[in-house]
Each structure stands twice: as C-alpha cells, then as structure tokens.
Design a protein around this ligand. Structure first.
Ligand SMILES: Nc1nc2c(ncn2[C@@H]2O[C@H](COP(=O)(O)OP(=O)(O)OP(=O)(O)O)[C@@H](O)[C@H]2O)c(=O)[nH]1
Length: 730
C-alpha cells in the first residue's frame, strides 16, 4: 500500500463506498493499454458523463457531483430475467452509448468478458457510471447464475440500492430468492422491475403475487401495465395518474408520450388507476407515520388532491426503511418502460449519505470504471465507485481504512455493535462493511500446467484469480502434489480454466470433475495415542486421550469440549495446540480424505513432558483423532442441490424421467402459464453435464437453477459404489 495516501474525516457524517476492485496489476496494465474512451469493441460510445466532447478539464466537476445526487445501485435477478438487456437500455437512454447492444448478438457493454459474450450470461460484475436528469448513477450489473453468487454478494455489500429484475411471465424464480436474501442480509433498499411484459404469458398480477408470497415483501404498485404479452403498449404512472405510451414506430423506444388520464378518453383506465392510487396511499400511510399524519390531516376527504411529490417522498422513505418495495414494469427488449425505471431509481433509491457510512479516503492512483475501460482520476469523494491499483495484499471482502488507529477504533465499534445488534436504528451498524460470506466449494478437479516450467505462471494466475474471486479455492493434493481447483459449480471451474487461457496465456489441463463429499461418524469412539520423538537433544513426549462423537451441527467446525478433569490444568498454549490438532484431523476423513462434519471432540487427558513443542502436541492430537475416526462407524455425506426446472408441458415427461435416473426427488410440480415448474432435490454428483442433457431433451426450451441445499447421507449402496470407484475397485 506504499502509494496510498489516505485521510479520514471524522466530524461530518460522510457516506462512502469502498469498492476497490482487486485487479492484479498485470490485468490493470492490460486494461489501461486498451484505454480508448470512444471506441471499444466496435460499439459506439458517447462521452463520459458530464463531459462535453473531450474536455478533460471538466473532469474534476464530473467526478464530484453532490452526494445527494449520487445513486450507487446494482441490478440483480434470476438468470435470463433480462438484467443485461435492461442495463443496455439504461446506458443508451442516458446517452452513455449511442447504439443498443443485444445479449443475443453478443455486443453488450457490461458483459465484456469473452466468455460472457459467447455464452450470453453475466459472470463478473461490471460497473458503469452515467448521468440521468442531473443524477450520477453508478450501476453494477451482477451475475444471475448460482455458480457466481459470491460475485453478487461482493457487489451487494457496497450498494446503496438495487433494482431486482423479474421475468414477468415467471415471477419470483429460484435465484431471485437467493439474491433477495443476500440483499436482505446487507439491508439494501430495492425496487422491482417486472421485465418481459411483452412476452406471451406475461402476467403483472401473477408476478406481483409471487413477490408478495415468495419474497414476503410488500409490493407498492407504482405502475399498471397497458396491455400484456403482445398487446403490451406502455404503462400507467399510478402516482401521477398519467399514461405513458411508446410510439410503435420508434425503433429505439426514445419516443414516448406522457399524458394525464382523462375521464373522457380513458374512463376505465382512470377508474382502475384511481383505485390503485388510493390503495397505494393507504398502504404507504400504514408504513410511514409522517405521511399518515399528512394524509389524515389535509387530504383525508379526497386523496386526489394529494400532490404526487408528497407521495413520492413518502415512498422514498418507505423504500429506504425497506418496509415495502416499489414495483414497476416494462419490456427492456421492446424498449418500453426503462426511462420511468431510471426516474424511479433517482426518486426512490437512497443516496449514499442516507446510508450512514463514515469514511472518506483518498488514494493516489484511482481509476473510474467504464465496464472494461478505466480512466485515471485525481480524487474521489464519498459515495463514488472507483478502482485502485497496487493493493497487493487485499482480497475481495476486505474493508480499507485510513490508518491503523481508525481500523482499531472501527473494530472496537464493530465489537460493541455485535453486542447490541438487536437494537434498532443503531447508527454505527453500517460503519464497517460486512465481509463477504464465502460459500464452501462443492466441486473440485486437478489442474496441470502445460509443462513443469510453467507451474510458477499457473500459481501466479491462480493467486490473482483467487484474490478477485474468493469462492475459488486452490490447494495442493498432499499425496500427488497436484494443484487442485475447488469451485462453486461446473460452469465456475470451466470459466476459470478459460480465463487462465485467455488472460494469462496458459493452456492448462483439468482432471475429471469431482464432487466435494463430506464424512461423518455414527457412534462415539475413544482413542489414546503417545508421541515420543527426540529431535536433536530435545525429547518431545506427549500422551493424549480423547473421544469423538457425532453431533448435529451441519458444520465443518468441530465442537471442542474439555472433560472436567483436564479443563482447569491446561495452559492457553496447550489448548490451542489441542484445537489445532483437532481441526487438522477433521480436514481429512478416513473414508475419502474429505472433511469431517458434525463431530464433537472431548479431551479426557493430555500429559505433556516438559519441553515438548506445541507442534508435537498438535501432531499427536491429530494422529489420535484420526485413529478414533477410523474406528468409528462412518458415513459419506453428499451435497444435495435444490433444483428448479422450468419446462413447457410437452417436454415434462422426458425431464421427469431423466431426473428419476439422476436420483432426483421431486417435491412439487407447479403450473406457470404454459410452463411446468419442477421443484425438487438432486444430488450434485448427478448434475454433471445436466445443462447439455436438458437442452437436448427439451430442444433448448427449458431453464434450470441449482443451489446447494445441504449435505445428506448417501445410501449404503451408493456409498459402497463410490468407495469402490475411488479405490479403483470398479
Ligand atoms: N421477450 C423479452 N425478452 C427479453 C426481454 N429482456 C431480455 N429478454 C431476453 O431474455 C434473454 C436474457 O436476457 P439478458 O439480458 O441476458 O438476461 P440477464 O438477466 O442479464 O442474464 P444473465 O446475465 O445470464 O444472468 C435474452 O435472450 C434477451 O433477449 C424482454 O423485455 N422481453
């Protein structure tokens, strides 16, 4: 951090968004070389926000908009709901791009990685900055595929607000639930955009109902659709009682008219809208006391007299308090409804200062991100997103602070905050950005460089990729010495493999993909062990007696207990040595060498000869525990996935038949318009290559989502087949 100049401002409450992308310097250099502001990959870009032509002098002013005018937002959704398409429209209408990108043509701004363009999916979050009606919007497009949930989480924790995009024909889908929960965890205010209103089967009411039921959220209907499916023409603004109709002859959706609803021309729509507006007013008044006072006082006789701005301000407060979510609708693909969505982002989502962060940092080398381009900027104020370089030891999830003492103060505060976590409106609650929770990987495989001489290059590439993506784990197989990649799914590992080739020029070889199993014991066992070793002239002698027993914790962390006879006599160093030994033994179970879950270990006796090193104590404990685990009755646990397949009725039977062969357990089959949604569980081991098979079975018409549910015991027959395979017996 040598070239980092930082200062902190304590007096004033300043919000700040510390989004420092941990790009490796080589990657940054590559990006800088590519830095051309106006031409990128054949797309037609407009100038930077606020810049007139190429006037770099005005850069200072564009970098520091008033904080109240900044919106740091993310777009999140289930895969294929239309995040990238919506983002493209947003960029186009804001003037950031001069042509409309298309996911299906592979030329979008935010999906700039080669893999994203080829596969038509978002993998890495991309940040873009643009202006809309005097507001500065920093927008992050996040991936929808479950293999990349960590990427979503690392974005959510720095966002001030988010737009949740839904496919209006499907409503809430599996991955929406996951990201919604993540957004709940990081307390990110949201608005919902029901996209694909043009699609056959699109249903505004159905989608709203699913938000209410599945997300347990209170939808505030700020718009009503005018027509659905092919008949979708525009929307009604419920707050202002206006209709917004897009010119059917406009090919980019820029041309639309906003007209008040009139009794003469639209009696039915006006009646519906008035009812919807009254319901909205009542709903907001229920959630916001200040607004309730206003409504009950001045406007109780006639809600029609209530000015739109008063309602908007109250909706803003309710959105910020996360007691309800505004709902809008449209069709990004057909260029309808995106401009009002932008208005809603500026109107209802909070500015960073409303979110109570307290840091301001200044760093000497700062870059402003424009998807895969970066422009160097002199300074950055609170609430903005920037990249910085040269932070060699930081990784995704770190919070950067201004000095050691402020870090200490922050951690003290965080501890205090933990103690009074239950208290509402805790001002310090958001001071430290919560670290990202890194999910345990479920798949692994070996990776080999093209030649031994290239191993250091591979190690370097993996180190860089891991810092960007902590859900990728890399370890050495202790027996074979091979490098092992552990990831969140088949696609995740495939993409890593691809990136090593494209970004680091290394052609690597992957071994077969293996499932990350776990092991558990079924009964209590006791063991003793003695280690007696003389190293140089020093004798290390230790005897341990311990007991391992099964326990339902669903955790890889062993529960450690001390028998009353030893508890008082142990020094802190011996305790730590014992715990280290237990942890290391639990990493490698006796059946497959997989981690051991659900185990409690009790120390009954530990006799240490004076001068014995703590390493030797740990080694003895570890060996003793392994002995105990070996003696116990054992069980392999396999990852079980929640599966949701959306398939048209015609293809339901082959999909179900295939799932039966994959040891699938179907819980429910729902109807969703013309589709069937199959919900159930399937062991991860049976999902390899599922996307290809599903595509073939359904002529590409089905979609699916997988998410880790839990680890379940394998049945004895499957377990013995697996063990024979692993031990080369079949
Ligand atoms: N009918 C219709 N199709 C849409 C609409 N918006 C997007 N699509 C299509 O839906 C598909 C997925 O769109 P994307 O924008 O890539 O969705 P995404 O949510 O970014 O997907 P991931 O990045 O893979 O998570 C593409 O084929 C789009 O053309 C819409 O408003 N109406």
């Amino acid at each position: 951090m040598s070239n980092l100049r930082i200062f902190a401002v304590n007096r004033k409450k300043i919000s700040s968004l510390h989004y420092f992308n941990n790009m490796c310097s080589s990657k940054i250099r590559a990006s800088l070389k590519r830095l051309k502001l106006h031409v990128l990959l054949g797309r037609n870009y407009s100038s930077l926000p606020g810049l007139i032509g190429n006037d770099i002098k005005s850069l200072h002013s564009i970098i520091n908009p008033p904080i109240a005018k900044i919106r740091n937002i993310g777009i999140m959704a289930h895969i294929d709901a239309g995040k990238t398409t919506t983002t493209e429209r947003i960029l186009y209408y804001s003037g950031y791009t001069r042509s409309l990108g298309d996911v299906d043509d592979g030329d979008t701004v935010t999906d700039f990685m080669a893999q994203e363009r080829e596969r038509g999916i978002t993998i890495q979050s991309a940040a873009v900055t643009f202006d809309w009606k005097g507001y500065r919007i920093n927008l992050i497009d996040t991936p929808g595929h479950v293999d990349f949930t960590l990427e979503v989480e690392r974005c959510l924790r720095v966002l001030d607000g988010a737009v949740a995009v839904f496919d209006a024909s499907a409503g809430v889908e599996a991955q929406t639930l996951t990201v919604w929960r993540q957004a709940d965890k990081h307390k990110v205010p949201r608005i919902c955009f029901l996209n694909k209103m043009d699609k056959i089967g699109a249903s505004f009411n159905y989608a709203v109902e699913s938000i209410r039921e599945k997300l347990k959220a209170k939808p505030l209907l700020l718009q009503l659709p005018i027509g659905e499916g092919k008949a979708f023409k525009g929307v009604v603004d419920v707050v202002s009682k206006e209709k917004l109709l897009w010119n059917p002859n406009s090919d980019d959706g820029k041309d639309f008219e906003r007209k008040p609803l009139l009794e003469m021309s639209d009696p039915k729509l006006l009646k519906e809208t008035t009812e919807a507006r009254n319901a909205l007013i009542e709903q907001v008044a229920d959630l916001d006391d200040e607004f309730a006072d206003l409504v009950l006082g001045e406007f109780s006789e006639n809600f029609d007299l209530l000015p739109a701005e008063k309602l908007q301000t109250a909706i803003h407060r309710v959105t910020l308090a996360q007691t309800a979510v505004p709902v809008l609708c449209g069709s990004a693909l057909k260029n309808k409804g995106v401009q009002p969505l932008l208005d809603a982002i500026t109107m209802y989502l909070p500015s960073p200062e409303e979110r109570n962060y307290e840091f301001l940092e200044r760093i000497s080398r700062l870059l402003l991100p424009f998807a895969d381009q970066h422009i160097e900027i002199p300074l950055l104020t609170a609430g903005n997103i920037a990249l910085t370089v040269g932070l060699k030891h930081t990784a995704t999830g770190d919070t950067i602070v201004s000095s050691k003492s402020s870090a200490l103060a922050a951690s003290r505060r965080a501890r205090r905050e933990g103690e009074k976590k239950q208290k509402e409106n805790n001002e310090t609650e958001r001071l430290l950005l919560a670290g990202v929770e890194i999910p345990e990987p479920v798949f692994f495989c070996t990776i080999e460089p093209p030649s031994v001489a290239k191993q250091p290059d591979l190690d370097h590439a993996l180190k860089c990729l891991q810092r960007e993506d902590p859900s990728l784990k890399v370890k050495l197989d202790p027996d074979s010495g091979q490098t092992v990649l552990c990831g969140m799914g088949e696609l995740h590992i495939e993409i890593i493999h691809d990136r090593i080739k494209r970004e680091y020029g290394l052609e690597t070889y992957l071994g077969p993909l293996q499932v990350a199993y776990r092991e558990a014991i079924l009964n209590s066992v006791r063991a003793t062990d003695t280690l007696d070793r003389t190293l140089g002239d020093k004798r290390h002698l230790v005897t341990v007696e311990l007991e391992a027993k099964p326990m339902e914790t669903a955790s890889l962390l062993p529960v450690i207990e001390y028998a009353a006879s030893v508890a008082g006599d142990l020094s802190q160093a011996s305790r730590e040595a014992f715990e280290n030994g237990v942890h290391s033994a639990c990493l490698q179970g006796p059946l497959l060498g997989s981690p051991v879950q659900d185990v409690a270990v009790t120390l009954h006796s530990l006799v240490i000869h004076p001068g014995t090193s703590t390493t030797m104590i740990s080694a003895c404990v570890s060996r003793c525990l392994q002995k105990a685990l070996k003696k116990a009755d054992k069980q392999i646990l396999e990852p079980l996935m929640n599966l949701e397949v959306t398939v048209s009725r015609d293809y339901l039977s082959p999909v179900l038949a295939d799932l039966a062969q994959r040891r699938g357990n179907i819980q429910e089959i729902q109807s969703r318009q013309d589709n069937k949604v199959v919900i159930g569980f399937v062991p991860l081991a049976e999902t390899m290559g599922y996307s290809t098979v599903l595509r073939t079975l359904t002529s590409g018409s089905a979609t699916f989502a997988l998410e880790l549910s839990n680890y379940q015991a394998m049945n004895p027959q499957d377990q013995s087949t697996l063990l024979s395979q692993r031990h080369g017996l079949s």
